[in-house]
Write a protein that binds this ligand. Sequence first.
Ligand code: PMP
Ligand code: GLU
Length: 396
Amino acid sequence: MSNQLSDRINSLAPSATLEMAAKARELRAEGKDIIGLSLGEPDFNTPDYIKDAAIQAVNDDFNSYTPVDGYVELKEAIITKFKRDNNLTYTLPQIVVSTGAKQALYNIAQVCLNEGDEVILPCPYWVSYSDIVKLADGVPVEVETSIDTDFKMTPEQLEAAITPKTKMLWYSSPCNPSGSIYSKEELRALADVLVKYPQIVVVSDEIYEHINYGVTAHASMAEFDDMLDRTVTVNGVAKAFAMTGWRIGYIGAPAYIARACNKLQGQVTSGANCIAQRAVITALLEPVSRIQYMVDKFRERRTLILGLLNGIEGFKCNEPEGAFYVYPDVTAFFGKTLGGKKINNASEFAIYLLEAANVATVTGDAFGNGNCIRISYAASEEQIIEAISRIKKAVS
Ligand code: PMP
Ligand code: GLU
């Protein structure tokens, strides 16, 4: 039988981060000693106080379908969190809980975009943005940035990218993959452009909010009164609470967008997992100081990995202010021959590192920027030291 798959799925790129993680797993199963620095996943366990809340929920028989947009108690906890951490005032009809921030982002694209609508994505952007937009028949419009501007988009670049078809702007701050953080002043400067174009809805992905090393304070686009009613604030518990597999993300949004996401979710997945939702109530209501030990560890590892990478000629790193990735510019290696192989681009460089150093990273192409590779330092100090020493050997 011929391929009966849709054009939609045939044209979808697989998630490069998940694909690299799967490849590393495969090579490991073949007996290779692969160090995986490709996946953005904390190497900590979920804290005990959150696990206890989940165990309690099982024993309390939380086993039924939940409301499609989440338990009211969880939505109230999210409202409390938004007020406490972000000074954002949301009401119950503005909150939707989803199966991960990824589903939240998918919902937003599906409910906001018509065919041909343009979505501005400052590069580098998180790997799934462009394909989620394309799945909704939207058109990603990439705005190039470089290490020289700490991978941040300027207001002038934003304005130049806007056309009559621009419907949305999507970004993450702290940024996956660059670790850059937009300050409140920088966001205000972008907002000053956006207020001139009332048709543009902003998606502010703040999932790395708490993984912030204290240089630039976290700020939200929705803090500005003139942006609140056209910004969707996306967040989740995967990263800061070491809960990647629990699959809970959420939005605070204009009520009409939240209602639409609720309607879509009701036909696709229904409410998110009941036990995970109960655990997240505790995760959000407990003081943020309880997860600080993980952030402190990530900060130490950032210092460690930056020191090691800066000792390798050809790696040019910005200093990430948040998240747990470094995003070195590796253009110095393009055109060079390493281990008998000519390296033409970041993708070939990442494959070379996997084959010659047994270290899994992700090519920058996956994030819309082909000059860099992404290295996750959500790994132990020993793994980081060994991985970077292998990389050094492989490129020297
Ligand atoms: N946004 C960004 C920037 C991310 O790095 C991730 C990582 N998975 C997500 C969204 C999706 O998060 P979740 O695991 O909650 O779906
Ligand atoms: N967000 C993580 C990453 O960027 C997890 C992988 C994924 O969901 O694609 O590696």
